[in-house]
Design a protein around this ligand. Sequence first.
Ligand code: TGC
Ligand code: FAD
Length: 392
Amino acid sequence: MKPDLFQAPDYYNIDDLLSEEHKLIRDSAREWVKRDVSPIIEDYAQRAEFPKQIINGLAEIGAFGPYIPEEFGGAGLDQISYGLIMQEIERGDSGVRSTASVQSSLVMYPIYAYGSEEQRKKYLPKLASGEWMGSFGLTEPNHGSNPGGMETNFKDKSDHYLLNGAKMWISNAPFCNVAVVWAKNEEGRIHGLIVERGMEGFSTPETHNKWSLRASATGELIFDNVKVPKENLLPNKSGLGAPLGCLDSARYGIAWGAIGAAMDCYDTALRYAKEREQFGKPIAQFQLQQKKLAEMITEITKAQLLAWRLGTLKNEGKATSAQISMAKRNNVDMALKIAREARQILGGMGISGDYSIMRHMMNLESVVTYEGSHDIHLLITGLDITGLNGFK
Ligand code: TGC
Ligand code: FAD
């Protein structure tokens, strides 16, 4: 891959809306991505392998539990800082951001928000340092957009729970030490259980043949009569709202992360268009290419403002699930469209691994589907503004 020459676009002086601490956190994540992710990521994506050596670095920049209090090993930061870290990581690769999102918002968050004091003390510091990695099992072979229909279940066997079922499309599954798994009890109520690697009957086969998120490990979680200790049930919240509450936090991070991928595609295309000459002129001088670049920076700027405002609402505890859903949908859609246009600006070079654009584009095809597909998020906004449920 070519050297990382990234220069972040900031057309509306969004930096003026950030505190000195925000900028410091953002810049240290940016430097880390340039130094430790950009030089290796294309190779790992081509080989469809997660670069495990970056786990320590992710922990050091505060990417594991940015907003989890310091007493549990988290970074104790605000929501804008969390967003900025996700933006910078996804500027490098959506798969690396996936690993951080899952660890923070889908594993640490539910243990912090719904777990017992013992669970928080046992798991959170190890997850924050990257000593343990986690995965989040909600999606099943027959239940993706409609997780409420899940079949994974557990029975009360008096001194333990007996867990059966299967989850699929699970990020981090192949190497996770712990999995937060959503399953129904005998009354059909959804609960979260912490399942640890090594429990008999628990396996995590890897999913191969992905054309997207190739630098992220995806797999299944299979439970064949797994005996789960009773103290591993998350005691403080149950029902579908429990996993959906985690998704709110992860979707918020994705709304920021997608901006990073879009910024990288725009920056690469702008530089290339100014350098590449055809018909005796830089292609950046042709109006058709300028239209593409002008629309890209406009959409990135709108997405930055949306994410920043959502972050301030989240800091005040006022952001609604529907507002988060809108930002996830808009910003991922924006990034995917920009990746496709940017690839065209590079002509044939756009498909080469010498540039990051094609990798971003392929990655974003997963991001637009996971954490609620684009259609599901349209329906969430539709329900919010009309009061009428278009899902069922
Ligand atoms: P519905 O009846 O609407 O709601 C059931 C209960 O949940 C509450 N609720 C929420 N609570 C917190 N946050 C939210 N965002 C919530 N949305 C709903 C709701 O109030 C209700 O509570 P209660 O007390 O009345 O029971 O549920 P539904 O079955 O109609 O489904 C609604 C729908 C379709 C929006 C939801 O199921 C959905 O979001 N589906 C998409 C599934 C999804 O996003 N899966 C993601 C899997 S994880 C993943 O993709 C990780 S990728 C990781 C990475 O690599 O980054
Ligand atoms: P389906 O639900 O079958 O949807 C198929 C199509 O139908 C979509 O276009 C959808 O928009 C549309 N559709 C569905 N319902 C409706 C409706 N009511 N109205 C209109 N259209 C509808 N899950 C986890 O639990 N944990 C993870 O870590 C995780 N990581 C993932 C990593 C990757 C790389 C991928 C690809 C997925 C991951 N997922 C994970 C799963 C992801 O959340 C699901 O793929 C997603 O929720 C969609 O579910 P599905 O694939 O079953 O599609």
